[in-house]
Design a protein around this ligand. Structure first.
Ligand code: GLY
Ligand code: MN
Ligand code: MN
Length: 490
């Protein structure tokens, strides 16, 4: 935020940011400044109920408090990033902050302050208050509410989030003066980090980040409900895409990206990651997000996309579809192999299983197929031992899913990759086979074919539940589903 604004004295150096930035205001008369201060209704919202996830966030803050007794903990939401002049990139609050507050407001910072009696912490959410109308900030500052929309007052935010709120503009100074041990989640708020620069160490801050990543490994009922919503919207987004494949053929992969994005924006906040709309040989590029290629009948479309809900939980689903509605014999052979691998992977998802089990189960099936097709010399155990199948399987078979598409990514190896599955975890199972267009080690007809099938799986007390089961996976079911949807075209 800017310093005190002085609209009554529109001197060159003293003009507020908006004026300096784009010169839209030649000057402000005393009369106009006086007029803009008055005549506004009291819009304070009273009797607000806490948001649904407020008690869950409070429980997480309590657990965090127990893990770091006596230390000041600073968790920023992040700031806007300028795209050009006074235009900003879309803001997406830091996952750690969202998980601990349920809030998504830029420039906010959650601080857990150790109590003087040594028992626990007081949580305060530092954030921007309503814009000041007295000093002109409201309408003359580029981030004033007149420009960017109404914010919640500190009292409203406290009622909604169940946390005491204070003005974030006082925080940096306060942190600079503070004594005692402190940790900050890095990478989101350069101003806050600068204020703490001589008080923190990278190693101790990383411990905080790792703890918060691991704290997201098990999802609560609210989170599972949100992930199911994300998946349900994603299923509708995939249906939307199938219905417009003819239009995509007439244009490009961008039509698919745009179609899915419409569903994501109408039903949720955004896509949870850049949609991979990979037609033909682009399917062999794992993160194909340029989406500027041709969509051709007879080719496959690998669509890897997920809706992010308004609470910021994302789905991550992939289907590989025959663009004209029917797999060729070779496409089907490869697709069915990946399907079989995915079935083996999903069957290995249960509480008590090693996290690696589902990957190993899927990789074994894929290695068997590659040996059977004569693409690599067996026996299968030798292939797996040397990892030779990886030339065509390329990536791990899945990852945790939640607020981030690759959730819990900085959890320790022993708690995640070498850990054990527990009820409440949500992960993807997403084996694939990819034959690059220039891979001379496979017969020509394989080249340029890429298949991935990805579903979002909840570990339950007695096994698992496929949250994305509503989207057909078996090749004949995919074809029947596509036929049904394309018959509905106008
Ligand atoms: N969409 C990225 C992934 O599947 O991991
Ligand atoms: Mn994934
Ligand atoms: Mn994916």
């Amino acid at each position: 935020m800017t310093d005190e604004l002085t609209p009554e004295t529109p001197d060159e150096d003293e003009q507020p940011i908006k004026q300096r930035k784009n010169g839209l205001y030649p000057g402000v008369s005393d009369e106009l400044a006086a007029s803009m201060k008055t005549g506004w209704a009291d819009t304070e919202l009273r009797d607000l109920e806490p948001i649904e996830q407020a008690p869950n966030a409070a429980r997480r803050r309590e657990a965090l408090s127990r893990r770091f007794p006596g230390e000041r903990l600073v968790i920023p939401a992040g700031n806007l990033k300028t795209r050009s002049n006074d235009t900003e990139y879309d803001f997406r609050a830091a996952t750690e902050y969202v998980h601990l507050t349920g809030d998504q407001t830029e420039d906010s910072v959650l601080v857990l302050e150790p109590r003087e009696n040594g028992e626990g912490h007081d949580a305060t959410l530092y954030r921007l208050p309503r814009s000041n109308r007295e000093n002109g900030e409201f309408w003359l500052d580029g981030m004033g509410e007149l420009w960017v929309g109404r914010r919640n007052s500190l009292a409203e935010a406290a009622a909604l989030l169940g946390v005491d709120c204070a003005d974030v503009r006082e925080l940096a100074g306060m942190l600079r003066e503070a004594t005692g041990p402190v940790r900050v989640v890095r990478g989101h708020d350069a101003g806050i980090e600068a204020a703490l620069a001589d008080k923190v160490t990278a190693e101790r801050d990383e411990e905080l980040r790792v703890y918060l990543s691991e704290a997201r490994l098990i999802k609560d009922e609210f989170e599972i409900g949100e992930l199911q919503k994300a998946v349900d919207s994603t299923v509708r987004g995939f249906e939307d895409v199938v219905k417009v494949l003819d239009k995509a053929e007439a244009t490009s992969e961008r039509y698919i990206e745009g179609t899915f994005f419409l569903r994501a924006r109408v039903e949720g906040n955004d896509v949870g990651y850049g949609s991979i709309c990979a037609a033909g040989p682009h399917a062999t590029t794992l993160h194909w997000v340029r989406n500027n290629g041709r969509v051709r009948s007879g080719d496959l479309l690998l669509l890897d996309a997920g809706v992010e809900t308004n609470t910021l939980y994302t789905a991550d689903v992939t289907r590989t579809l025959p663009i004209n509605g029917t797999y060729t014999d070779l496409q089907r052979k490869i697709y069915d192999a990946v399907y079989e691998a995915q079935e083996a992977g999903i069957a290995a998802v249960k509480p008590g299983a090693a996290f690696r089990d589902f990957h190993d189960a899927a990789q074994r099936v894929l290695a068997e197929k590659l040996v059977e097709w004569g693409l690599v010399e067996g026996p299968v155990d030798r292939v797996l031992e040397l990892g030779l199948q990886r030339r065509w399987t390329l990536h791990g078979t899945g990852h945790m899913l939640g607020l981030d598409v690759h959730d819990c990514a900085v959890a320790r190896t022993e708690t995640y990759v070498n850990g054990t599955l527990e009820a409440g975890m949500v992960l993807t199972v997403e084996p694939g086979l990819y034959f690059q267009a220039d891979d001379l080690t496979v017969p020509e007809e394989y080249r340029g074919i890429g298949v991935r099938i990805e579903d979002d799986i909840l570990v339950t007390e007695d096994g698992n539940r496929n949250l994305s089961a509503a989207l057909p996976r078996r090749s004949d079911e995919v074809e029947a589903w596509m036929a049904r949807l394309t018959a509905q075209r106008a």
